[in-house]
Design a protein around this ligand. Structure first.
Ligand SMILES: Nc1ncnc2c1ncn2[C@@H]1O[C@H](COP(=O)(O)OP(=O)(O)O)[C@@H](O)[C@H]1O
Ligand SMILES: [Mg+2]
Length: 238
């Protein structure tokens, strides 16, 4: 049996007793990029928060490299290697770019490793190095998103989960953001990408799932999804 980097099996998540994610199963290969598509309120963020231990998993399993992690604390899950970059980015505006990055490594005790990771992030995103002493609040929207992703990388994740990273960015910056994600993919990172920008997300992803009202209604390779009538009508406006 194939061992997935991340596997979600028949998961249910509820708010006040009402299921908002039901019977959802997804698999992410090591080094793969998988996207979850779906309208506002479909349950995408709830699912990611569930994987992260920030939302209770009522049914089902979450497995990182074959190990069950549902019920673990968020801190344990970060330590084991999953990082979540939320929609809201959660940067510390008055702090410098570099200090924001260092905060992403708060669970690493080895200073040398922190330095190495900083170099890795700067290597991947040279713009962040150029701006390392600037306050995070002075960055453009696209650079802030890059910083939020860079901060996530500082804890050496095995799996990076991005929640609508293009949200609120101007069209030109959306292109730049997807270039950033593509660079990450090329670097070998395993990525779970939640997006409403269906076309761009599918261009990057190897495999995708469509979530509607908490349930998976479709899954397939990029080619399969792009040629599906449902995706064309509901998400690509064709
Ligand atoms: N903290 C919360 N308390 C109660 N209901 C919530 C909460 N967060 C999200 N929901 C509800 O759960 C459903 C899924 O939301 P969400 O996971 O944010 O969807 P998406 O990320 O796909 O837009 C929605 O109906 C939303 O109103
Ligand atoms: Mg969301």
């Amino acid at each position: 049996m194939e061992q997935w980097a991340l596997e979600v099996r028949e998961v249910e998540i509820r708010y006040r007793g009402l299921p908002v994610v039901q019977d959802v199963s997804i698999q992410v290969k090591k080094g793969g990029t998988v996207t979850i598509l779906g309208a506002n309120g479909a349950g995408k963020s709830s699912l990611l928060r569930g994987i992260m231990g920030a939302q209770r998993i009522w049914k089902g399993k979450v497995m990182l490299e074959g190990r069950e992690i549902q019920g673990f604390s968020t801190e344990q899950i970060v330590k084991l290697g999953i990082v979540y970059v939320p929609e809201e980015r959660m940067l510390f505006g008055p702090l410098s770019v570099e200090d924001n990055l260092k905060l992403g490594a708060y669970l690493l005790e080895d200073e040398k490793l922190v330095k190495e990771n900083l170099e890795k992030v700067y290597g991947l995103f040279p713009k962040l190095r150029e701006r390392k002493d600037q306050a995070a609040s002075t960055l453009s929207g696209g650079e802030q998103q890059m910083l939020a992703i860079g901060r996530g990388l500082m804890s050496n994740p095995k799996v990076l989960m991005l929640d609508e990273p293009s949200l609120g960015l101007a069209p030109l910056l959306v292109t730049e953001l997807f270039d950033t994600v593509r660079r990450l993919k090329t670097s070998g990172m395993t990525i779970l990408l939640v997006e409403q920008n269906v076309k761009e997300a599918l261009e990057i992803a190897d495999y995708g799932y469509v979530l509607q009202a908490g349930r998976l209604v479709l899954e397939g390779t990029k080619e399969e999804l792009l040629s599906s009538d449902m995706v064309k009508k509901a998400y690509l406006g064709l």
